[in-house]
Design a protein around this ligand. Structure first.
Ligand SMILES: [Zn+2]
Length: 128
């Protein structure tokens, strides 16, 4: 890979989840989240697979004006919305600007909801 001055070169294999990718039904995913964090989904915490930052759904509320809807917490690093880290290329610092909807899918969880497949970050506790 060509080195560009001022940019850290990422090896994409280093970013892949060590535990591999898993898929689960939405029902199983909801049960797992509820068991870990309780019924209040605002308290659910997710791990950015690129930088390892942990954010709760409720953390996204304060960046609402930047487009941070609560449901974005499952698949976006909070750095995209906090007004300070939007320039931080995925995984080069914490938090970063990673989104699971971009070119690189690092989301370790695929939630199956009927015929829909929804990419998700891992829950905080699953990271170990
Ligand atoms: Zn991140």
């Amino acid at each position: 890979m060509e080195k560009v001055k001022g940019f850290k070169v990422l090896d994409i294999s280093e970013l892949m989840p060590a535990e591999g990718f898993v898929s689960m039904s939405k029902v199983a995913w909801m049960e797992r989240g509820t068991r870990l964090f309780g019924e209040d989904k605002m308290k659910w915490r997710f791990v950015c697979p690129a930088c390892g930052n942990i954010a709760a759904v409720e953390d996204f509320r304060k960046y609402k004006d930047n487009g941070a809807e609560p449901d974005k917490a499952t698949c976006n690093c909070i750095g995209r919305f906090d007004g300070e880290h939007g320039h931080v290329v995925m995984g080069t610092a914490k938090p970063c600007n990673y989104t699971g909807y971009g070119l690189f899918n690092l989301c370790p969880v695929m939630v199956i909801d009927g015929d829909k497949e929804i990419r998700s970050f891992a829950f905080d506790e699953e990271r170990g």
